[in-house]
Design a protein. Sequence first.
Length: 192
Amino acid sequence: MTICFSYAIADDSLSESINHEKQSEDSSETGIEIGVLVTLGSDFRVFHRKSDSPWLFGVRYLDIKDDFVNESAVGLPSDESDKYYTKTSGLYFNYLFNHRYLDDGSYYLSGAIYNTTRKLECDSLSGSSESDSESATSVYFGGGYQGRWGNGLGYKIGLLVSPFVNFELNTSTCSEVDESDIDLNLSLIFAF
C-alpha cells in the first residue's frame, strides 16, 4: 500500500508540472505599436492576443497635424499657416494566418470601426483664420504583413480602407475633398 501511495504522490507532482507547462504556453501578449506618422503628432495602437489564437484585438489612436495645403495656388504666401488636422480613434482586429510562428512573419486580414475627425484651418485674404471640420464613424477593412526580430520587437506594414467616408471641407481660401479614407500602418511593435 505504501508503494501505491508514493506512486500517487509522484503522479500528482508530474501532473502539476505538466499543468504548469500548459499554463506558461497559454500565455498572452500585449503590446504597443508606434506608427511612422508619430513624426506629425500621435500615432499609436495598443493590442492584445492570446498566444494560441490567430485573433489580435486592439485600440487605435491617431492625432496629427499636416502643413501641406498649397497656399500659393490661391495667392497667399507659403508660410505654413494652413493646417490639416486628423484625429482617429477606435477598435480594430487582425486575423493572423501564421500566428504560431510570428518570428517567420505572417500576413493578416484586418477590420476596424474608427471615428475620424478632419479639420482644415486656413488664413483668409484679410489675414484672419478660418476653419471647417467634419466627423464620421465608419467600417474599415484591409490587411498587411507583420514580423518579428525576436523578444517582442517587430514591425507591421498594412492598409485599412473605408470607401464609406466622405469629407468636404471648405473655407473662403482653401478646400479639401476626400471621397474615402485610408489608414496606413507602418509601425514598430513592442510586445510584452
